[in-house]
Design a protein around this ligand. Structure first.
Ligand SMILES: Cc1ncc(COP(=O)(O)O)c(C=O)c1O
Length: 460
């Protein structure tokens, strides 16, 4: 049997590498069927990486034997793993076509180029995303305009409308932590103002909104297949597009061409694609497991939150949530800190949404290069092309700072088995009811009340 406490300890000391390999080999490829004996819940939040195992080894051996490591060619004319994964992913998503790239960031870059966004254009990005969601906009010469989020932790439609100028060309909707953004409202705004919509579904492969797969609703959908994602190939990404012309432009831009177009080399390796094929096949099972766990934890949280100053993250579409975490808001940042510490003391893996002192590149305040309009070289940067003065300030998205400042996020992994879940529930009950008698330090912030924008009610 596995002693996960020892294994996880080694993971921490050795910078993850050897311990993670060991963990993956011994346990998680079997999706948690073998119980961890001790402290089972503090696994690193790397569902895809933890599932790496014998099937991936076989796939990699197959590629090595073929001697075709790059997509362009191999000595023996064996079929391309990249092409096979593109077909598999397009089919899974119900997309007309799919293009594999070297990262989620490359996917965003391709999307912007595919939609012909360039110097002087403005692109709306949410305050809660990932640094490169915004920097990829800069890297086509356009400027990111940062819009606020709401209790769904995704774009607030009212803030989008306030951010639109005559130069706005696109909105990047980010499905943060695997939960869908308000796609119906975002698309309606985009239609009204004739804007393009890029879905950053880097964290949300397998999610949906009103039955439509995330990534296939807007003009272009971008995915990341890196270490922390459900499908992990090390570094990798994918893009899908509604329009064949956009797809073609992205394809030209991403890879080696005949030299007739300006292009990059953003291709994925055959080794990564072979791993991706195995990992993608597991996604439906992983999602089912995580969704089951989340509804159980949610029920517990609702009991513990009854009559309390504690809210569960607003859901735009609970059925479409990938359920990679359970997020709730405390009344104040101080209470959120205490709750998070209490959960951790019980062995429940959790994190905070935003803490001023902790650098977290998901939160706009930490996007220094953008906040200070700092280009790589003097005189560079996209702001020189802007048609109006663009300014950023640390407090420009108060709702993001408010809700994230009070957010506590409990990690959910498909590797969590029955014992793990029981242990998380025990930890939650202990940590979250221990302070039942405490008084909130300040009254409940109005921002946590259900939004008049509608659609996503908060739950207490
Ligand atoms: C929301 C979001 N967008 C974009 C990216 C960029 O993906 P990658 O790291 O594969 O470049 C990430 C990465 O984790 C992300 O979380």
């Amino acid at each position: 049997m596995i002693d996960s406490t020892r294994d996880v300890g080694r993971v921490n000391r050795n910078g993850f590498a050897s311990g993670l390999k060991e963990l993956a080999r011994r346990s998680a490829a079997r999706m948690g069927r073998r119980a961890f004996r001790h402290n089972p819940v503090t696994l690193p939040p790397m569902a895809g990486a933890l599932a790496l195992g014998a099937e991936e080894e076989r796939a990699l051996r197959r590629v090595i034997r073929s001697q075709r490591l790059g997509r362009q060619a191999g000595p023996w004319g064996t079929p391309s793993e990249c092409s096979a994964l593109e077909r598999q992913l397009a089919e899974y998503l119900g997309a007309p076509d799919c293009l594999l790239v070297s990262s989620g960031t490359a996917a965003l870059h391709c999307a912007l180029v595919g939609l012909e966004i360039g110097p002087g254009d403005e692109v709306i990005v949410p305050a809660y995303a990932w640094l490169t969601t915004a920097t990829s906009v800069c890297n086509v010469g356009a400027v990111p305009v940062i819009a606020d989020i709401d209790e769904t932790l995704t774009l607030d439609p009212r803030s989008i409308e306030r951010s639109i100028s005559p130069h706005t060309r696109a909105i990047v909707a980010v499905h943060m932590r695997g939960s869908p953004a308000r796609m119906d409202q975002i698309q309606a705004i985009a239609d009204r103002f004739q804007l393009r919509v890029i879905e950053d579904a880097a964290q949300a492969l397998g999610g949906s909104h009103e039955g439509r797969n995330l990534g296939t609703i807007g003009d272009v959908g971008c995915f990341s297949l890196q270490t922390y994602k459900l499908v992990c190939v090390g570094e990798g990404g994918a893009v899908v597009a509604r329009d064949a012309g956009v797809m073609e432009r992205m394809r030209e831009f991403h890879g080696r061409t005949d030299g007739s177009t300006l292009s990059m080399n953003y291709g994925m390796s055959e080794l990564a694609a072979a791993v991706g094929r195995v990992q993608l096949a597991r996604v439906p099972r992983m999602l089912a497991r995580m969704r089951g766990i989340k509804s159980e934890l949610r029920r517990v949280l609702e009991q513990l939150a009854l009559g309390r100053d504690r809210w569960i993250r607003g859901d735009v579409d609970i059925q479409g949530d990938t359920a990679t975490c359970l997020t709730f808001f405390e009344a104040t940042p101080g209470l959120a800190d205490r709750t998070c510490a209490a959960l951790r003391a019980e062995g429940v893996a959790c994190s905070r949404g935003y803490q001023p002192g902790a650098a977290d590149l998901h939160v706009y305040r930490h996007w220094d290069s953008i906040m200070h309009q700092r280009p790589l070289s003097p005189g560079g940067g996209p702001w020189r092309f802007a048609h109006r003065e663009i300014t950023y300030s640390p407090d420009m998205c108060p709702r993001a700072l408010d809700v994230l400042g009070r957010a506590v996020e409990i990690t959910i992994l498909p590797q969590h088995n029955g014992r793990h879940v029981a242990s998380i529930v025990r930890g939650m009950r202990k940590a979250l009811s221990a302070d039942l008698a405490r008084a909130p330090e300040t009254p409940i912030a109005a921002s946590l009340m259900p939004s008049p924008a509608g659609g996503a009610g908060t739950t207490s």
